[in-house]
Design a protein around this ligand. Structure first.
Ligand code: R5P
Length: 295
């Protein structure tokens, strides 16, 4: 079988190299350039003809990444690639999964449609599935979702002496209970009300007695960071030790990372989005997902 060729879109080169190494593939090069008027120039510097191609592109801040990604997939097909898969460690546009107000775009479906047209398969890490049961509800291509929870539990077990796992809202309970069980730690779930993109209120109503344990806040995404910042702030007001904040996807809009540090929190994320807080490596997890999907 021809060895797969991995191409990392800008910022994804290290992940593309890691996956190629784990799966016995090669890495290829892409030249990308923005014309002065903002249009994209794209050229494959590696021959893709006859090769199964895997494009690696995490989709935080997705709008600027989306057109070059679609151009890359379409060009690879024109150049004769033997299939084009997408590894998106963070999959964007999963939150607008319903028309909450008349006239709204259900962007999760539209992005799924665009990616399903451009790619043959998709591998991602913990997409924000809220009202969808699975990616199959909106994607028409084979997909594989891999879960970072066991790696998070592992990291906590090895790095935190006496943890108490805390979910910032009821949505996080599925996460937090699994992480806590594997880490052999107790857990609590707080109550959150979101009034706007950057307006979140959290109550410690569901918090059990922490005793001498370290509070470890666990969530799937730190986006605006308001959830973690507010959770860290309310914990501080009741006099707990400074929390450790652990998330799979650290997007850190609006300098959220700096604001979290200001609350005295330590932050750890998985490397689905490159950031200095990355401490949990999901490459092997994604390699296993690719292997399963392309076997
Ligand atoms: C909630 O639905 C999610 O699990 C996260 O809590 C949320 O997306 C975090 O968003 P932000 O960082 O903007 O508060």
């Amino acid at each position: 079988m021809t060895a797969p060729l991995f191409i990392g879109m800008p910022g994804n080169e290290a992940m593309a190299r890691a996956l190629a190494q784990m799966l016995g593939g090669d890495t290829g090069q892409l030249e990308l350039h923005a014309f002065p008027d903002g249009e994209t120039y794209l050229r494959f510097l590696t021959d893709v003809a006859g090769r199964p191609l895997v494009i690696v592109c995490t989709l935080d801040r997705p709008d600027a990444k989306f057109l070059p990604l679609i151009f890359a997939a379409a060009t690879a097909r024109e150049l004769g690639a033997a299939g084009v898969g997408l590894v998106a460690p963070y999959l964007a546009y999963m939150r607008q999964d319903r028309r909450f107000k008349p006239g709204e775009a259900v962007t999760s479906r539209q992005v799924a449609e665009l990616l399903s047209n451009a790619f043959d398969w998709l591998v991602t890490v913990d997409p924000h599935l809220h009202r969808y049961a699975s990616l199959g509800d909106i994607y028409r291509i084979p997909t594989r979702v891999v879960h970072a929870a066991p790696l998070i539990s592992d990291w906590i077990r090895h790095n935190v002496g006496n943890p108490h796992i805390i979910g910032p809202d009821s949505e996080s309970e599925q996460w937090v209970s699994a992480v806590a069980k594997d880490a052999g730690a107790p857990y609590s779930v707080l109550e959150k009300i979101r009034r706007g993109d950057r307006d979140v209120a959290i109550s410690t109503h569901g918090l059990r007695d922490l005793g001498a344990r370290t509070p470890v806040l666990v969530d799937d995404i730190i986006s605006s960071g308001r959830t973690m910042i507010e959770a860290a702030r309310v914990l501080k007001t009741i006099g707990t030790a400074a929390p450790l904040c652990v998330a799979v996807h650290g997007l850190f809009a609006d300098d959220a990372d700096a604001l979290l540090l200001k609350q005295g929190a330590r932050v750890v994320t998985a490397n689905t989005v490159p950031h200095q807080t990355n401490a949990i490596d999901v490459a092997a997890l994604m390699a296993a997902g690719i292997r399963e999907l392309t076997a």
